[in-house]
Design a binder for this molecule. Structure first.
Ligand SMILES: [Fe+2]
Ligand SMILES: [Fe+2]
Length: 163
């Protein structure tokens, strides 16, 4: 399929974020299970529930453009998951892994925000205002998750790491 129109480009982006959100459901479970600090575990668990809602909203978006929900393999999210697996294989301490997981979570939120930040104005351009609202709701929750992770990163107790 050649990608020529705004709608083609929109659907292309939609398929990538749909795939990404699905992969992030599992990735957030992995981040939760490999973290030690309770507040970090809780944060990942909460955002995992939100991520399931993101997928449902995206399915509404597909419906609005008359398409069946379909994911397109996204090498960015795959790369982030691979980077996490490689780090876990290095057998890091609990503190090091918690600090790594905060950063890993932040990277995925930045990526999602970039995707939604581009899809939302495209939906508006296509005259799909309600669809743009759905995408913006997802983006706001990504931004909140990012802010919470940033705070956890700033408040991280480096005494948990070896000198
Ligand atoms: Fe999301
Ligand atoms: Fe997210």
């Amino acid at each position: 399929m050649s990608v020529d129109s705004t709608e083609d480009l929109f659907v292309e982006g939609l398929q990538h974020i749909y795939y990404t959100e699905q992969r992030l459901v599992d990735a957030l479970e992995e981040l939760e299970s490999t973290s030690s600090a309770d507040e970090l575990k809780e944060g990942f668990s909460e955002h995992r529930s939100e991520t399931q809602n993101h997928i449902e909203r995206l399915e509404e978006v597909f419906e609005a453009v008359g398409q069946d929900p379909d994911g397109a393999e996204d090498p960015v999210v795959e790369g982030m998951i691979e980077a996490h697996e490689e780090f876990v294989d290095k057998d890091p301490s609990d503190g090091a892994l918690d600090r790594f997981n905060i950063a890993a979570g932040q990277k995925s939120e930045h990526y999602e925000i970039a995707c939604y930040g581009n899809l939302t104005p495209m939906a508006a351009q296509l005259g799909l205002d309600e669809t743009a609202d759905l995408l913006e709701q997802n983006m706001r929750e990504e931004q909140n998750a990012l802010d919470e992770l940033a705070t956890l990163g700033e408040e991280f107790d480096y005494g948990r790491l070896e000198v």
